[in-house]
Write a protein that binds this ligand. Structure first.
Ligand code: NAD
Length: 505
């Protein structure tokens, strides 16, 4: 692929593609070939200010548009994006590196939040109490916040933007989406489709960029709320700076999820589940289970024996080759980071059963892709740095436990608390695990326990800052504020001034 094929991306402000003016760009790779295929413009405060001004100008009209009409725009967007799904998935797979079918899943999981957003009239309903005192009625209404910023990571460039803008816009807000600079094409295309679906210009703007753009958003006086998903260090930073500026902030961070395997679990199901959960999307999922915790050595040995041939058979190659199960990592830099964690695990004394570091794609034209084979560690312990940190690559670590209590303690004490799974045939153990484990999302015989769109998504501990989850009713709460009206229509009888706070006696 020559330099002529490099696509120069834009921002999307007030319904128009806007070229960057900072002169700074971020390379967009095709991770399967290792070549640069595009350039993301990195916004300065100029583009951020323009986008916020456009969103602010669009807010009065959009927030006053009836909730039913707003829902119709979401229905239309659902129709257009569904029709465009293959195209979106191809763009996504080519920039992210996840395989095409998985990229379709990324789009689909986002569209499921849009389906939820189509029902927004129901969720915008307030409460009403009739006759709380003589002639006195009280009712509440939900109001949108204004201009909100949505800052998203590279690993779900379709789903996570839709988690956020789908609900924010349906609630009547206007949005600045600041997607990852690594894979900008899908977020830009989604913004075009929203415009086509009938969202007026300025309702959804996309500003591409890095820390400079994020800081400009966090400090901007006209932004009311910030929703962020990314790594923990940045999530904490965004939460601290955004709340300091008086904004409502939710900031989801990194993860290190554990799959507990009880002695009565179906080992074939466990092996299938671990292969998909730990190595799917090359391990670049915040709800993957990269740590397996077998209870008892017998279970651990059986899992390892089951995994070894399956890892050897894994089809790793170009993301758009339909025969492939796992694509490359997103960048050379991330490849080096994942490799350094495998080096660290060895140094720390874990047993490297399968080493994916040397994997090279042999297909012509893809030799320089950021591919890595699957790795498997046994005898990992809780004091190892490689266990405590998020690796975010195709590396599965086995931590052996001797009892249910010892197994449950691992995710409960880990600094991350995004997701966890337990595999067992025992309902009692599963119920107790779900009840007591100190983690925000739990799967029972489910390998990737991402809640469906009409429930809410959010981790605990260092996996999330702020107190509202993504999507579902929590999403509606985040993107709305309540106004409560206490109302009396005088009957004509005058009782004189009252100097004491009214009570319901
Ligand atoms: P990242 O933190 O590097 O980037 C996320 C966003 O922050 C991007 O838009 C990026 O441009 C911006 N950013 C990066 N550096 C910044 C800085 N110094 N100051 C301000 N903004 C900055 O994350 P990533 O590598 O794109 O995504 C992977 C991470 O996201 C993993 O840690 C993963 O676990 C996490 N993640 C979490 C969830 C969740 O819901 N908890 C979901 C998906 C991904």
């Amino acid at each position: 692929m020559g330099i002529n094929m490099t696509a120069v991306h834009t921002h999307f402000i007030a319904g128009n593609k806007v070229e960057g003016s900072s002169g700074k760009f971020h390379d967009v790779f095709n991770p399967s070939t290792g070549e640069v295929q595009g350039k993301t413009p990195l916004a300065s405060a100029v583009e951020v200010n323009d986008a916020v001004a456009a969103a602010k100008a669009a807010f009065p009209g959009w927030s006053q548009t009836s909730v039913v009409r707003r829902a119709r725009v979401m229905f239309k967007f659902l129709e257009l994006a569904t029709a465009d799904k293959d195209n979106l998935a191809r763009l996504l797979a080519s920039e992210h590196g996840k395989v095409f079918e998985d990229a379709k899943g990324d789009v689909q999981r986002g569209l499921e939040v849009i389906e939820f957003a189509c029902g927004i009239p129901h969720f915008m309903k307030g409460e009403y109490s009739n006759g709380v005192a003589s002639g006195l009625d009280v009712y509440s209404m939900r109001k949108p916040l204004g201009v909100v910023a949505c800052i998203t990571p590279f690993n779900f460039p379709a789903m996570i933007p839709m988690w956020m803008f789908g609900i924010a816009i349906a609630c009547g807000n206007t949005v600045i989406l600041k997607p990852s600079e690594k894979d900008p094409s899908v977020p830009l295309r989604l913004a075009e489709l929203m415009l086509e679906a009938g969202a007026p210009a300025g309702v959804l703007n996309v500003v591409n960029g890095d820390k400079v753009a994020v800081d400009a958003l966090l400090d901007h006086a006209d932004i009311e709320a910030v929703s962020f998903v990314g790594s923990t260090a940045i999530a904490h930073y965004v939460y601290a700076r955004g709340t300091q500026a008086g904004k409502r902030v939710q900031a989801m961070g990194g993860a290190k999820n554990h799959m507990i395997v009880m002695p009565d679990a179906d080992i074939d199901l466990v092996v299938d589940s671990l292969i998909g959960s730990a190595y799917g999307s090359a391990g670049e999922r915040c709800m993957a289970n990269p740590v397996a915790v077998p209870v008892g050595d017998k279970v651990a040995d059986a899992i390892i024996e089951g995994l070894k041939p399956r890892i050897a058979e894994l089809k790793i190659g170009p993301s758009l080759d339909p025969a492939m199960e796992m694509g490359p990592l997103v960048s050379a830099e991330h490849h080096a980071k994942v490799k350094s964690y495998i080096d660290m695990g060895e140094r720390e004394g874990a047993e490297l059963i399968v080493d994916g570091r040397g994997y090279r794609c042999q297909t012509q034209g893809y030799e320089k892709g950021f591919f890595m084979g699957a790795s498997l560690f046994d005898k990992v312990t809780a004091d190892m740095q490689s266990y405590q940190d998020e690796i975010f690559g195709p590396v599965l670590q086995i931590v052996r436990a001797n009892s249910f209590e010892e197994a449950m303690e691992l995710p409960s004490k880990h600094r991350y608390g995004n997701g966890t799974s337990i595999f067992t045939r025992d309902g009692d153990a599963a119920r107790e695990y779900a009840d007591r484990v100190e983690v925000g999302m739990v799967g029972i015989n489910v390998p990737i326990p991402v809640p469906v769109a009409f429930h809410t998504f959010g981790g605990w501990k260092q996996s999330a800052f702020g107190d509202t989850n993504q999507h579902g009713t929590a999403g509606v709460n985040f993107y709305t504020k309540t106004k409560t009206v206490t109302s009396r229509w005088p009957t004509g009888v005058r009782a004189g001034a009252d100097f004491f706070i009214p009570t319901l006696n």
